[in-house]
Design a binder for this molecule. Structure first.
Ligand SMILES: Cc1cc2nc3c(=O)[nH]c(=O)nc-3n(C[C@H](O)[C@H](O)[C@H](O)COP(=O)(O)OP(=O)(O)OC[C@H]3O[C@@H](n4cnc5c(N)ncnc54)[C@H](O)[C@@H]3O)c2cc1C
Length: 392
């Protein structure tokens, strides 16, 4: 089995790399020093370039105007996007393949196609104060009232609400034959009854904030429900699989950048008359980092290739968890070693290793914590055995 990229995938990855290096990286420091804010017009320019390149429709079916790229190609591009700090690669909306199965024809037209064109910006409101790892504790409800649902509750950590026009909110159905089951709904970001409780400050400096939102009897037309009552968790799982795989890929890209930067520094930093690269303790940190990156990249690309081979969805669920778990923990270790190699400079906010050390921490938390990924893998081992879980 080989994970050499075919020429087309390599070409896409090269395009993504050029975009990151020439357009995004020059703004890393500016974003860091200004709470993620960019000069006027820059975010819009980044989005236009990303949309023109096809990033917003990379996963969408060809039948709907998408590129339908192999998942392995998409992962190779995400690796490149992961090489930049301060969330600068989050500059475009993404119409994901599961949406074309979940959305009604009108919703595809109104939301998915608009996302592909960079005209619709969506955020996801699932987590609550008392429902994070365990969504069954969700207290937000959707109660039918004529041709509407009335949604009430509070959502935490809603990433990108400050730049979104639409919220996809998950709620438990109240009343009726599907009482207690979950459903997803489209809700305009400026809907009556929807308000920001507060916007906490987080460890990283992203232009995309993470608001706490209050839904106070927000009326949502039935036509804006995604799928049927009870479909909510299934769609959320499809979204999680995609996000977990792409987090793994971005973590590989982050580790690649960190190793390259630390290696370049180690070769030119002279201590006691010698480049620190000549010291074996420094060499060991770089060697361990390269080894772990290689293992994480193989794991991630193999999980992507399993998608392209049409592997069973339950197997894919565990494989995405495996990739996210290993790659996110690997990248944090690599960032920690990079800080150590840069030493005093590695503790300065202008240093790439310092930023990544802070930014990569969240990859062990969001889209399911490392503990939850371990539980998913263990459950797969228990139900389907080792061979089915790791694909041997
Ligand atoms: C920056 C950021 C952005 C986010 N963006 C979004 C977003 O856009 N939309 C959204 O809906 N959510 C978002 N989240 C929420 C994120 O998905 C949750 O934080 C995550 O799922 C964990 O939930 P929690 O924080 O409530 O932790 P908890 O569920 O309270 O867990 C606390 C601790 O207990 C552990 N734990 C829980 N259950 C078990 C168990 N069964 N066995 C062992 N250990 C367990 C956890 O691993 C963790 O260590 C975001 C979070 C962050 C930090």
């Amino acid at each position: 089995m080989s994970f050499q990229l075919d020429p087309e995938a390599a070409e896409w990855a090269a395009k993504a790399r050029a975009f990151v290096d020439s357009e995004l990286m020059p703004y890393e420091l500016e974003a860091e020093m200004n709470g993620g804010r960019l000069p006027d017009g820059v975010a819009e320019r980044h989005e236009r370039l990303a949309v023109d390149m096809g990033l917003a429709r990379q996963d969408a079916p060809k039948a709907h105007g998408g590129l339908e790229l192999p998942v392995l190609t998409q992962v190779a591009m995400a690796e490149q996007l992961g090489r930049v700090t301060n969330g600068l690669s989050w500059c475009y909306p993404e119409a994901q393949s599961w949406m074309f199965e979940a959305f009604s024809p009108q919703q595809i037209e109104h939301h998915a196609r608009a996302m592909m064109a960079g005209r619709r910006h969506v955020c996801y409101a699932i987590t609550e104060e008392f429902a994070g790892s365990d969504p069954s504790e969700m207290a937000t409800t959707a109660r039918r009232d004529g041709n509407h649902y009335v949604v009430s509750g509070e959502k935490w950590h809603v990433t990108s609400y400050n730049v979104a026009d639409t919220v996809i909110v998950q709620a438990a159905i109240a009343g009726g034959e599907h009482e207690g089951s979950h459903a997803l709904f489209f809700c305009p970001a400026d809907a009556e009854g929807l308000s920001v409780v507060r916007t906490p400050v987080y460890t990283h400096n992203y232009q995309h904030h993470h608001a706490i939102l209050r839904f106070d009897e927000v009326r949502i037309p039935i036509a804006d429900r995604i799928g049927a009552e009870g479909d909510g968790m299934g769609f959320t799982h499809a979204w999680f699989r995609r996000e977990r795989l792409m987090i793994a890929a971005r973590c590989c890209g982050a580790a690649e950048r960190l190793i390259e930067e630390a290696l370049a520094f180690a070769k030119q930093r002279i201590v006691s008359g010698q480049p620190i690269m000549s010291y074996q303790l420094i060499q060991a940190m770089l060697a361990d980092s390269a080894m772990e990156l290689h293992a994480a990249r193989l794991t991630t690309r193999e999980a992507a290739a399993a998608h392209d081979r049409g592997a069973d969805v339950k197997t894919l669920h565990a494989r995405c968890s495996l990739a996210k778990l290993y790659a996110s923990e690997m990248a944090f270790r690599v960032a920690d070693r990079a800080v150590q190699i840069f030493a005093g400079r590695g503790y300065m906010r202008e240093n790439v290793a310092e930023r990544f050390l802070r930014e990569l921490r969240v990859d062990r938390i969001w889209e399911g914590t490392s503990e939850i990924q371990r539980l998913i893998i263990a459950r797969a081992l228990d139900k389907r055995g080792l061979a089915a879980t790791i694909g041997t």
